[in-house]
Design a protein around this ligand. Structure first.
Ligand SMILES: Nc1ncnc2c1ncn2[C@@H]1O[C@H](COP(=O)(O)OP(=O)(O)OP(=O)(O)O)[C@@H](O)[C@H]1O
Length: 269
């Protein structure tokens, strides 16, 4: 009985532990300070957009969570533990370049690469491995082009494969680096809807790096805005305001709302 109680207690503690916790984090690369003092918490199942100008440190933040770089000051916790490379609780889709048109690999093989280094990686021609790949392809609505040569797929279709790859280990945190870049408005919106559905259905926390908040405005829970070596987190209504962004950039910024869209003016955004 005591064991059962302990198990329940541990399960509750585990559930209540934030997915990400950053305290007083400073990031330096080479001899440059990229971020001064990051404090933020991300909870289970939250859908969060990371925004900010080129070179502000959005991808660097993802690398920190992946354990690829270390903070020079402060603490980083992923599900209560320091970040570590190869953490299967994290699914990561890196920034994507369109693949060569003559690349003859099948879409499903490319997704399968996501299992490399995993216990169902190559050398496991098992039904289990194929079933995992099939499920991920289905979740991103890619079954109908699963056998197509990947180089012939559109940017949006290739993006779905990257997301499928990131889902293979059933992660609790999904890191997507600019999945909307190079997509037209309709394809971009389809990816946003897909990611939102995955986030809600799986209760997986999602950090999605983007340059434009507009396609995400109606679906994200929060925004992390990175600029001028600082970052801030809050709901879009809290963060995408003239006051908050002027404070963050340290120079005048105007947030203009028109035609149902939001425009950030006056800063290098
Ligand atoms: N090893 C390094 N040494 C020094 N500076 C680096 C190193 N790696 C990256 N940087 C710098 O860190 C800054 C942040 O880069 P990062 O790629 O995180 O920006 P970003 O916000 O993702 O930009 P973008 O929107 O253009 O992709 C950039 O100015 C980059 O030049």
């Amino acid at each position: 009985m005591k064991q059962v109680k302990n198990n329940v207690k541990n399960a509750i503690v585990e559930r209540e532990t934030p997915i990400i916790s950053l305290e007083n984090v400073r990031i330096r690369l080479g001899n440059r300070t990229i971020q001064e003092n990051i404090n933020l918490t991300v909870n289970e199942g939250e859908f969060i957009a990371i925004l900010g100008p080129n070179g502000a440190g959005k991808s660097t933040l993802l690398k920190l969570l992946l354990g690829l770089i270390k903070p020079s000051v402060g603490t980083v916790h992923i599900m209560g533990r320091p970040p570590r490379r190869g953490n299967t609780d994290i699914g990561y889709a890196p920034q994507h370049r369109v693949l060569e048109a003559d690349l003859a690999l099948r879409a499903r093989d490319v997704v399968g690469f996501g299992l490399d280094g995993h216990r169902w990686g190559p050398g496991w021609p098992s039904r289990k491995r194929n079933a995992i790949i099939e499920k991920a392809l289905q979740e991103v609505d890619a079954l109908h082009f699963a056998n197509a040569p990947v180089g012939q797929l559109s940017g949006g279709e290739q993006q779905r494969l990257l997301i499928a790859q990131a889902l293979l280990t059933n992660p609790r945190l999904l890191l997507l680096d600019e999945p909307l870049s190079n997509l037209d408005i309709t394809r971009g919106q389809e990816i946003v809807t897909l990611v939102n559905n995955l986030c809600r259905a799986r209760n997986v926390a999602v950090l999605l790096v983007a340059h434009d908040i507009n396609p995400l405005l109606n679906v994200v829970d929060k925004v992390i805005y990175v600029a001028n070596k600082n970052c801030t987190i809050g709901t879009p209504e809290e963060v995408i305001t003239s006051e908050t962004l002027t404070r963050l950039y340290g120079s005048p910024v105007e947030v203009v709302k028109a035609l149902g869209r939001v425009f950030v003016v006056g800063a290098e955004t």
